[in-house]
Design a protein around this ligand. Structure first.
Ligand SMILES: Nc1nc2c(ncn2[C@@H]2O[C@H](COP(=O)(O)OP(=O)(O)OP(=O)(O)O)[C@@H](O)[C@H]2O)c(=O)[nH]1
Length: 235
């Protein structure tokens, strides 16, 4: 099972139950965050995930069947965070399958294609799904992908920034082709979750928070508890 956590895996419909019993806590990480990548078909979600994990463009990307999975450990503000990322199919026919993955997600990249107004117009529906089906405190970053296709742009940066502001989303334009802002998108989302944990706005111990302590944090907590239990030395 651990092999499946290193890198990226296709999850077929028959596999859909396996992760339910799986407690994925990385040995060296401080936290584990569950992430979703959502948005209309063809916006580049799989290519974004591939670029983030493999640092290269996925040349022959096919439509995702159900969901695919990838993971990566990143350093955020001195903390080691394992991102457990579910790349969902954008096609309507997979909607019931993909919706079952929303529960307990801490963060999401909501992706549209800057060269397709249709994918931008669908954002409100995706957002409603994310906010109702995932954790109520889910941190969402709006991603305008295919930034390299400037000549074919149908959605301006300003328009999308306003949408993001009105809907309390963070916003970035990316290119899975060149890699521009791809890592930054995941890091920005992770940073925001981490700062909400630090400020107490997010509680990793709440069921369905999409956040777990990694072994490094657990070891630290155990040490602190042991020290508190030790009786004071009277010598
Ligand atoms: N020029 C350009 N093409 C891209 C970019 N990202 C993805 N593509 C292309 O867009 C198409 C769709 O990419 P995918 O990553 O498969 O899209 P998806 O959102 O995962 O699609 P579904 O799995 O059906 O939901 C492919 O032909 C990619 O080569 C990008 O940043 N720039």
């Amino acid at each position: 099972m651990l092999d499946r956590m290193a890198g990226r895996n296709k999850v077929t419909c028959s596999d859909l139950g396996w992760h339910k019993d799986y407690v994925a806590i990385s040995i060296m990480s401080d936290f584990l965050f569950k992430f979703l990548v959502i948005g209309s078909a063809g916006t580049g979600k799989s290519c974004i995930l591939h670029q983030f994990i493999e640092s290269k463009f996925k040349q022959d990307s096919n439509h995702t069947i159900g969901v695919e999975f990838g993971s990566k450990v990143v350093n955020v503000g001195g903390k080691s965070v394992k991102l457990q990322i579910w790349d969902t199919a954008g096609q309507e026919r997979f909607r019931s399958v993909t919706r079952s993955y929303y529960r307990g997600a801490a963060g999401a990249l909501l992706v549209y294609d800057i060269t397709s107004r249709e994918t931008y117009n669908a954002l409100t529906n995706w957002l409603t799904d994310a906010r109702t089906l995932a954790s109520p405190n889910i941190v969402i970053l709006l991603v305008g992908n295919k930034k390299d296709l400037e000549a074919e742009r149908e959605v301006t940066f300003l328009e999308a920034s306003r949408f993001a502001q009105e809907n309390e989303l963070m916003f970035l334009e990316t290119s899975a082709l060149t890699g521009e802002n791809v890592e930054e998108a995941f890091l920005k989302c992770a940073r925001s979750i981490l700062s909400k944990i630090e400020s107490g706005e997010l509680d990793p111990e709440r069921m369905g928070s999409g956040i777990q302590y990694g072994d490094a944090s657990l070891r630290r907590l155990n040490r602190q508890q042991q020290q508190q239990k030790r009786p004071d030395c009277s010598c």
